[in-house]
Design a protein around this ligand. Structure first.
Ligand SMILES: C[S@@+](CC[C@H](N)C(=O)[O-])C[C@H]1O[C@@H](n2cnc3c(N)ncnc32)[C@H](O)[C@@H]1O
Length: 286
């Protein structure tokens, strides 16, 4: 039966509040707008607008999934990141707002390269949805990027995201076990690698453990495996004044800095995330 938009929104919000969902009002709005094809203003200006049976049924199914623990962005299959709309798929990480910190940290280095040379060649190792590379491309029209992942599903999603967001001509993809198959030199290497120690994956929050792909999380026994690989291969992949910018776990700054400095890199920049935790580091070759 058709139901009024305002009532659907109120009922969804109430169900989420009762279930103890922290951002009940926001998540209710995201689901209702997505499944009813409405915008924020519609529920305010026209709460009596009738929503048809099919949309109501789709919304009810989505609410049931959310109440069963599935994250809201997985349910709608997309997420906003750095002002871009990114599709998600089964083998992509749901990109987190904290990763925008890495984009902001890398940006001045890319701009400096463009000022120097007129362009910037970016390598994104473990690109997933393409979030980091595409965010950079969206604000750097002179830049190009190569997104690398081991997952063909993730690369297909990154490709679609590049096209949807108008960066398709400047973005290419490569399936590779980390940097093994990557050829050529880059001005900026960015990466948000899997960095959870293998034994800690089981104790992650259920919304992460069950809905983000394990391959995007598991960073090996001590969580640092992909930093070692990146630091080992960095000198081969970077132009002379090239820069590496990586996201890290909140307690990994010293360990990651040690790994890179043992391979001839110098830590030149770092930043904390919105919650005040160490989040991203920049390295230059000494
Ligand atoms: C933490 S996710 C980051 C995704 C995306 N860059 C972001 O920040 O939202 C790590 C990514 O590394 C990829 N990955 C894991 N192991 C890999 C490997 N051996 N070679 C290439 N990519 C790998 C995963 O598929 C996943 O997309």
């Amino acid at each position: 039966m058709a139901e009024p938009l305002g009532a659907l929104l109120a009922a969804t919000r109430q169900a989420f509040q009762q279930a103890g969902i922290a951002e009940a009002a926001l998540e209710a709005r995201i689901l209702v707008e997505h499944f009813t094809g409405t915008e924020r203003k519609d529920a305010i200006v026209n709460p009596d607008r009738l929503i048809g049976d099919a949309e109501v049924a789709a919304l009810r199914a989505a609410v049931a999934r959310r109440l069963a623990g599935e994250p809201v962005f997985r349910i709608i299959g997309e997420r906003e990141f750095y002002g871009l709309r990114l599709r998600l798929s089964p083998e992509t990480l749901d990109p987190r707002p904290d990763t925008e910190t890495l984009v902001d940290l890398a940006l001045p280095h890319a701009r400096a390269c463009i000022a120097r040379t007129g362009s910037c060649r970016i390598l994104d190792l473990g690109t997933g949805t393409g979030a980091i590379a595409l965010a950079l491309l969206s604000v750097l029209p002179e830049a190009t990027a190569l997104g690398v992942d081991i997952s063909a599903d993730a690369l297909a999603t990154a490709r679609a995201n590049a096209d949807i967001n108008g960066c398709g001509a400047r973005f290419s993809t490569l399936q590779s076990d980390w940097s093994k198959a990557v050829e050529g030199k880059f001005d900026l290497l960015v990466s948000n690698p899997p960095y959870i120690p293998t034994n800690d994956v089981q104790s992650l929050d259920r919304s992460v453990r069950e809905f983000d792909p394990r391959c995007a999380l598991d960073g090996g026994q001590d969580g640092l495996e992909f930093y070692r690989l990146t630091a080992d291969d960095g000198p081969r992949l970077l132009n002379r004044e090239g820069v590496i910018a990586v996201e890290i776990g909140f307690d990994q700054k010293q360990s990651v800095a040690d790994i890179f400095s043992a391979r001839g890199f110098v830590l030149t920049d770092s930043v904390r995330d919105l919650g005040g935790r160490d989040r991203a580091l920049v390295f230059h070759l000494a």
